[in-house]
Design a protein around this ligand. Structure first.
Ligand SMILES: Cc1cc2nc3c(=O)[nH]c(=O)nc-3n(C[C@H](O)[C@H](O)[C@H](O)COP(=O)(O)OP(=O)(O)OC[C@H]3O[C@@H](n4cnc5c(N)ncnc54)[C@H](O)[C@@H]3O)c2cc1C
Length: 435
């Protein structure tokens, strides 16, 4: 079999599970599969783990506490380890923005280190700066994946593949149908984040409007801010006297197009400096503050949504559906960011006091027997997607896929015939809030 799929001059790396992408979903997937005793290789295109979390350093983990209670599992382990450090490197706070509940603020560097430690303790083999290029198919199986690092190309030969790449290149190339953005193909805007340090946060956050709309309107009218900045997303950062600025948002960017992402990052950097100048010159509390930790690239919210056995919908979440194959609870608002207009909305997803669960079937492709996917490429309609995409939920989706591949390897079955309620049962044993 392998002679047909591997060039003789290429390095061949075997494993039980290949996890593509080391964002929050890939982190959860790789740890869960490795802890189940499988050999796991995690291939990450960038120089760090975290994905969007690394591209927007310091971005709070939202959605981890539906109704004020932790979703549990690997997300909780990570936050507990950080909170138990001396001094504590994470804390749970109420989010100031509409309809978000509790969120976790953390020291980004400590979190990256702990994530790497957790991967290493689980026995995951990490390939940073390595890109998964192409799947080699044998019928409905991914037989191998061609990858590249600076030494050249190599071939991964896994039994199971979990695509956690956010954009789903490997799934799409293996034939999984997908849609981009909403029904018109509009994708959420991308954002280049930064911090201001040395701010007087009491003064900065003294006003009643969490979106600073009056100031923003003045800045736009005076030609100091881009017209899309009618709401400023400024949040207290984890470090003392720091403000996380998640506000420079660029519309109409296709995150699967490297050239478009490059242009957006350059434009974003220019706009970050413009906003920082405006804050120092015009906003009380920023007089002596400085810019810090600008993201290395724009954070991409939304690209491909893969077709799965089930597509979670806005109707499902609005009525607080608890699926039989639920893998994690969620009550995140519909956090829709400038898909076709300059509007951002944070409408409540469920009735006050309620939550819904994410069904495991929305991570299972219809045909490819040894593939699962997790994270922001989940099969979801545009409304549901705007709610399910928080980082804690992405970690939990990854954890579910790691558990599922271990069950599938044990039973020697395809992903499509695996009993999904077994996945839910194992996750519950692992302390994940699934019902
Ligand atoms: C600007 C912005 C603000 C947000 N705000 C919040 C917030 O406040 N709180 C919150 O909880 N969530 C927030 N989100 C949502 C959340 O960050 C994302 O939905 C989540 O991080 C997605 O995780 P993921 O692992 O699915 O994908 P990603 O984080 O996109 O990770 C995918 C990884 O795969 C790698 N990759 C891609 N292709 C390949 C390949 N072919 N080979 C190898 N590696 C590959 C990428 O380098 C990346 O590291 C925000 C998102 C953005 C963009």
């Amino acid at each position: 079999m392998t002679s047909r799929i591997i060039n003789a001059n290429q390095r061949r790396l075997d494993c039980d599970v290949a996890v593509i992408g080391g964002g929050t979903a890939g982190f959860g997937a790789a740890i869960a599969a490795a802890r189940a005793g499988l050999s796991v290789r995690l291939v990450e295109a960038g120089p760090k783990v975290g994905g969007v979390m690394a591209f927007c350093p310091g971005m709070p983990w939202g959605g981890g506490y539906p109704q004020g209670r932790t979703i549990g599992g690997i997300f909780s382990e990570l936050t507990d380890r950080l909170a138990q450090m001396t001094p504590p490197a994470a804390e749970v706070r109420a989010c100031a923005l509409e309809n978000f509940g509790l969120e976790v603020l953390y020291d980004h560097e400590a979190a990256t280190l702990v994530m790497l430690e957790m991967l290493s303790e689980a026995g995951v083999i990490l390939h940073l700066n390595s890109f998964a290029l192409n799947p080699n198919m044998q019928g409905d199986l991914i037989a191998s994946i061609d990858c590249a690092d600076r030494r050249g190309t190599f071939t991964l030969v896994p039994k199971m593949v979990i695509d956690c790449s956010g954009d789903g290149d490997i799934s799409a190339k293996s034939g999984v149908p997908f849609s981009l953005g909403d029904a018109q193909g509009n994708m959420m805007a991308v954002t280049l984040s930064f911090h201001m340090i040395g701010a007087d946060c009491e003064k900065v956050f003294a006003g009643a409007d969490p979106y600073f709309q009056q100031l923003a309107a003045q800045g736009i009218a005076d030609g100091l801010l881009h017209p899309d900045l009618h709401k400023l997303y400024l949040m207290q950062g984890f470090q003392a006297n720091s403000v996380f600025c998640n506000t420079v948002t660029i519309r109409g960017v296709d995150g699967t197009d490297s050239d478009a992402v490059t242009r957006a990052t350059q434009e974003g950097r220019r706009r970050c400096h413009q906003v920082a100048r405006f804050l120092v010159d015009r906003v009380s509390g920023f007089e002596t503050a400085q810019m810090w930790a600008v993201g290395p690239t724009v954070g991409v919210r939304e690209t491909r949504k893969l077709e799965a056995v089930y597509r979670i919908t806005g109707e499902d979440i609005a009525i607080g559906t608890k699926f039989a194959d639920g893998i994690v609870a969620c009550d995140n608002p519909i956090d829709d960011v400038m898909r076709d207009t300059a509007e951002m909305t944070h409408d409540a997803a469920v009735q006050q006091g309620d939550y819904y669960t994410i069904p495991f079937r929305s991570l299972i492709p219809r045909k490819i027997a040894n593939l699962l996917f997790a994270g922001r490429l989940i099969s979801a309609d545009p409304v549901a997607f705007a709610s399910v995409r928080g980082m804690p939920q992405c970690i939990a989706m990854g954890q579910a896929c790691g558990v599922a591949v271990s069950l599938a390897v044990e039973k020697g079955c395809s992903m499509q015939i695996l009993d999904t309620t077994e996945v839910t049962a194992v996750l519950a044993e692992q302390g994940v809030w699934v019902k």
